[in-house]
Write a protein that binds this ligand. Structure first.
Ligand SMILES: *Cc1c(COP(=O)(O)O)cnc(C)c1O
Length: 382
């Protein structure tokens, strides 16, 4: 079911204690996972569930991915991994992308969590723990193939290749790197990072290899290796910005109308009076603001939708509310209007706020009523 098909009766009702309703379609999530598995053409597909599954709720998202066949998960922090460990079966593989802070090695190993070792210091500390326990502890090794963010630099890889005993106590189960420009398919950095990754990985122990995020999965066969690590595409974001989005929407966000008012020509609207009404207007105030992740950069740019009709934001987004031009739309206090879903795609909402879908999702926060639903078909989406 599409958000646009919700009846008036469904729009009013429970959840009125919150400023809006965040709907997460776990059926669509599972279908997106399977679509990426098909796209990976034989490579395994992990689920990236860092930042509370991009703001949607890891506790619901991770089991849904597990049911869809996912067995490998990536989070950013050890704390996220420890939470995830309590909801996944023991044989599910959990990696910590940001590696380990010194002193956290034992906690990580005891929970059977696999760090992504991003430096020789992290590798040495992990190996030392492994040697003290008398067994090799599984980990991923990340190499920096050109992004200059995380991972062993080429000199570090060379030092390690010259001194393989340094890997004693470490079981290298994955060699990975990350692409800086994968969402720009024609960017020369993609090919450069691919060959840098292949050259660096060749000097490390034989293990599964992983390079592609969501966008990387669409760059071609050579980028797929053994394991892909999509995040945003699972959650319905376009893998490649500016190209038709092959993913199914997962997130719907409805905001509650809390007041309707008629203002005369000349009325100032919102903080700073960035808009002064040129004519008499009918305005609706919605109970969602930048504290709910409805970014201030959407001031005078974004919109809400009511059954296909665009209700533009007028004036600045406030902390807890935003004003839209309601025109003669059939709205009453308590109704819900769409911010994401149906006519308002995640990608277009991000564009209207001058940002990317990642930031919209991870900014949503905890204030909404969350409804996890599971549609069983593609509904009215072509
Ligand atoms: C966040 C992240 C991903 C997922 O990226 P998407 O663009 O959301 O698919 C994959 N790998 C690493 C290292 C990441 O940090």
């Amino acid at each position: 079911m599409n958000a646009a098909s919700h009846s008036h009766a469904e729009r009013v009702g429970p959840g009125a204690a919150t400023g809006g309703v965040l709907r997460v379609d776990l059926g669509a999530l599972a279908r997106n996972y399977r679509r990426l598995v098909a796209q990976a053409a034989g490579a395994a597909v992990a689920g990236v569930v860092k930042a509370d599954a991009y703001g949607l709720g890891m506790d619901a998202v991770a089991p849904a991915l597990l049911d869809a066949g996912c067995r490998t998960f990536f989070v950013a922090h050890l704390g996220e991994a420890l939470s995830l460990r309590t909801i996944l079966p023991g044989d599910a593989e959990i990696f910590v992308l940001n590696g380990l802070v010194p002193g956290d090695e034992r906690l990580c190993a005891e929970a059977a969590i696999r760090p992504v070792l991003n430096s020789l210091a992290q590798l040495d500390a992990w190996g030392a723990l492994g040697r003290s326990l008398g067994r090799a502890l599984p980990a991923a090794i990340q190499v920096d193939s050109g992004m200059s963010r995380l991972g062993l630099a080429p000199d570090d890889v060379a030092a390690l290749a010259d001194d393989p005993a340094r890997l004693c106590g470490v079981e290298t189960v994955l060699v990975m790197s990350h692409l800086a420009c994968a969402d720009e398919p024609d960017h020369p950095a993609n090919a450069a990072q691919l060959s840098a990754f292949e050259a660096l990985a060749a000097r490390l122990p034989q293990a599964r290899r992983s390079l592609a995020n969501s966008a990387g999965l669409f760059l071609g066969e050579r980028f797929r290796f053994d394991l892909a690590r999509p995040g945003i595409a699972l959650y319905g974001g376009a893998p490649t910005a500016g190209r038709p989005n092959p993913m199914e929407p997962v997130v719907g966000l409805d905001a509650r109308v809390i007041q309707l008012r008629e203002v005369p020509a000349g009325a100032g609207i919102g903080y700073g009076f960035t808009v002064v009404a040129e004519r008499a207007m009918r305005l609706a105030t919605l109970s969602v603001g930048y504290a709910d992740g409805w970014l201030r950069s959407a001031s005078n740019r974004g919109a809400a939708f009511l059954e296909g009709r665009r209700l533009p934001i007028v004036g600045r987004v406030s902390m807890d509310s935003v004003i839209v031009d309601a025109g003669d739309a059939p709205l009453r206090a308590g109704d819900l209007v769409e911010l994401i879903g149906g006519d308002a795609t995640l990608d277009s909402a991000a564009a209207a706020a001058g940002t990317i879908p990642y930031e919209i999702l991870t900014a949503l926060g905890s204030r909404y009523e969350r409804r996890f639903v599971s549609t069983t078909n593609l509904g009215d989406r072509p």
